[in-house]
Design a protein around this ligand. Structure first.
Ligand code: SF4
Ligand code: SF4
Length: 347
């Protein structure tokens, strides 16, 4: 049922005691005209002394207080642990050959999904290559390696649609956890394999934010466009997928971005904005660190995100996420672009 015209959800009063003097949006750079690197605000591993440390601790405590979530990110479900050093002798191959090999590895690694779920038989549905850019690296961190292999794990939409989660019904958020674990397994194994070829490799697996913002990296390597809900829209899976990555110096060929009309679609769609309980999704683009783009109001989203163990409503309700719909929408927008182009040429 649509929430349109209903009053916005407001956080419990005690929530204010967890927040620092600076707002999350100011910390993220809303309204800033100049570019700068992003600041790691959420899921900071070492939050002591961090302005949002008390909030992060509260989010973590709430999450682990539910038995279904407590052990969900166990090491055993996330692939091999400690990485070996790179082999002393480097295997030599062309960038084209390495690119084919890592994509094959990521997409065809045997998976554990039961029948009826996306990705049956493999551990990933999407893979792309990007050159790491400094503006993707969080302040205070560095990335020494030049290339990033980005992996996407499709979520089962029926299960995702059980959000918002509660302690009594954790199913929607458990789907998110399962996909982060699939992503972790494939990037951990891939990093092991790359090191066995004699190259450096460092895995990045959610849900915790690491040194890199994976969202612009995924856009750069062709996973899709930024949606109004602040997440990606992919031409196959809509917004129903999660990201993981491997940073490496293995020679690789970068992929191109894929713009297929999602940004235009968002301009005329308000579904996520209407369904977001705390009204956190901006209906207009916002200036953030020198770029005008779709953005989510952190200060409104995070309290509800915390109360519902990860929310996810905006991903579930996005029309592109409905199984089978994204390819049809992408084709329709591509046809429109071709017709517009043809009309321009014959005019
Ligand atoms: S629900 Fe509509 S506006 Fe929101 S991200 Fe999806 S397509 Fe864009
Ligand atoms: S995660 Fe939930 S609260 Fe946050 S923007 Fe999406 S719908 Fe709104």
């Amino acid at each position: 049922m649509s929430r349109k015209n209903q009053p916005a959800w407001t956080p419990p009063a005690e929530y204010a005691t967890l927040l620092p003097a600076i707002t999350g949006n100011a910390f993220n750079g809303w309204g800033e005209a100049g570019p700068r690197r992003p600041r790691q605000i959420f899921w900071l591993k070492e939050s002591g002394g961090h302005p949002f440390g008390r909030l992060l601790e509260a989010v973590k405590q709430r999450f682990v207080s539910v038995p279904a979530y407590r052990d969900v990110y166990a090491l055993a479900d996330r692939g091999p642990g400690k990485l070996p050093p790179p082999a002393e002798t480097r295997r030599v191959a062309s960038a084209d050959s390495w690119t084919r090999q890592v994509k094959d590895f990521a997409l065809n690694r045997p998976g554990t999904r039961p029948e009826g779920y996306p990705g049956v038989g493999s551990e990933a549905e999407l893979v792309g290559i990007a050159r790491i850019r400094p503006e993707w690296v969080y302040e205070g961190f560095e990335c020494r390696l030049p290339n990033l292999i980005v992996v996407g794990n499709a979520m089962d939409h029926a299960r995702l649609s059980r959000v918002p989660s509660s302690a009594e019904d954790p199913e929607g958020q458990l789907e998110v956890c399962d996909q982060y674990n699939r992503g972790a397994r494939v990037v951990n194994w891939l990093a092991h394999w790359i090191r066995a070829q004699g190259y450096e490799a460092k895995p990045h697996a959610g849900p915790w934010v690491g040194s890199l913002n994976l969202l612009p990296a995924a856009i750069s390597c062709g996973f899709g466009e930024l949606g109004k809900h602040g997440s990606l829209i992919n031409r196959e899976y809509g917004s129903s997928f999660r990201l993981a990555a491997v940073e490496t110096d293995l020679p690789l060929l970068a992929d191109a971005p894929d713009a297929f009309g999602a940004d235009d679609f968002c301009a005329g769609c308000q579904v996520c904005a209407n369904e977001c309980p705390p009204d956190a999704i901006s209906r207009e683009k916002v200036l953030v660190r020198g770029t005008v783009k779709w953005a989510v109001d952190f200060d409104r989203c995070i309290p509800y995100f915390n109360e519902t163990y990860g929310c996810g409503i905006c991903l579930a309700v996005c029309p592109w996420s409905t199984p089978g719909r994204a390819p049809k929408l992408a084709e329709r927008f591509a046809r429109r672009a071709r017709e517009k182009h043809a009309a321009g040429v014959s005019a």
